[in-house]
Design a protein around this ligand. Structure first.
Ligand code: HPA
Length: 279
């Protein structure tokens, strides 16, 4: 798609949202199975993705496809319930459309959540992992193509893509709450097939601790625009070949459901402390 058309679409989507929802400086993307995080949001107002100009429908069961505005401990947030994946057939610019609109909406802080397969054998299904870096093996980079200086640099530095202050705060809260909160490297692949056992052995050698099919393109776009990022994975299953059992999307959703309460409590406390300490 031509860059002028992309810009037009981004501004159309952002204008519709700001005309229909109040403002917020914090956004949360609710990943597969962590959708119930919406429970912690008060005074909700929502837009169906189908009514937002240029937003496609999500096609995954468990992703409802809504943009919710509300407050967590008084702090206004936008929560994206449902995201667009490359494996659904969306173009890279569509995958990152929800990120591109954050800048015109005035968002400064982004919390990304996802379900991921555990590669690090010290992990267990149901653990959480703070993402402190990533490896992009998705086969594409959504920043390819003409760059708009307004978005950010042509060659964004990725040394500190995951905000260090946010990460330290989350680890501190995880400790206080007695959670099994690891930190590690997330490897982003395109999917939709899960990996083979040989691929997982390779990814472990490469230094990945968890693997998934989202988040990396969002981080690339949001970080380019200077938005501060916190990203957390729910280890929904051990990656292929680690346990003697096949993987399934049901297992991913089931484990995510089991840890949903502690995941919610962690993010809720993060948002509370953000309001108190880090504004
Ligand atoms: N692999 C890739 N993506 C995933 C997995 C996995 O094992 N679990 C949840 N998302």
């Amino acid at each position: 798609m031509k860059i002028q058309e992309q810009i037009k679409r981004i501004l159309e989507s952002a204008e519709y949202i700001s005309a229909h929802l109040p403002p917020a400086e914090t956004a949360i993307v609710l990943g597969s199975g962590v959708g119930p995080l919406v429970q912690i949001i008060q005074d909700q107002q929502a837009l169906e993705y189908s009514e937002i100009p240029n937003f496609p429908q999500t096609t995954i069961p468990g992703h409802s496809g809504k943009l919710i505005w509300g407050r967590v401990h008084g702090r206004p947030v936008y929560a994206f319930s449902g995201r667009f994946h490359y494996y659904e057939g969306h173009a890279p610019e569509t995958v990152i459309l929800p990120m591109r609109i954050l800048k015109p909406l005035g968002v400064k802080c982004l919390i990304l959540t996802n379900a991921a397969g555990g590669i690090n054998t010290a992990f267990q299904p149901g653990d959480l992992m703070l993402i402190n870096d990533h490896i992009n093996l998705s086969g594409y980079n959504p920043l390819r193509g003409e760059n708009i200086p307004d978005w950010g640099p042509r060659f964004p530095d990725m040394s500190y893509a995951y905000d260090q202050e946010y990460s330290e705060l989350l680890l501190e809260i995880g400790k206080e709450q007695g959670l099994c909160l690891h930190q590690g490297v997330y490897c982003g692949l395109s999917g939709p097939s899960f990996e083979t056992p040989a691929e997982i052995r390779m990814l472990r050698i490469l230094g990945a601790d968890a693997v998934g099919m989202s988040t990396v393109p969002e981080v690339l776009a949001a970080h380019q625009m200077g938005i501060r990022i916190l990203a957390v994975s729910c280890i929904s299953n051990m990656a292929a070949g680690i346990l003697e059992q096949p993987l399934s999307h049901e297992e991913v959703n089931e484990t995510s459901r089991k840890v949903e309460q502690k995941f919610c409590a962690l993010i809720e406390e993060f948002l509370r402390r953000l309001s108190n300490e880090h504004d």
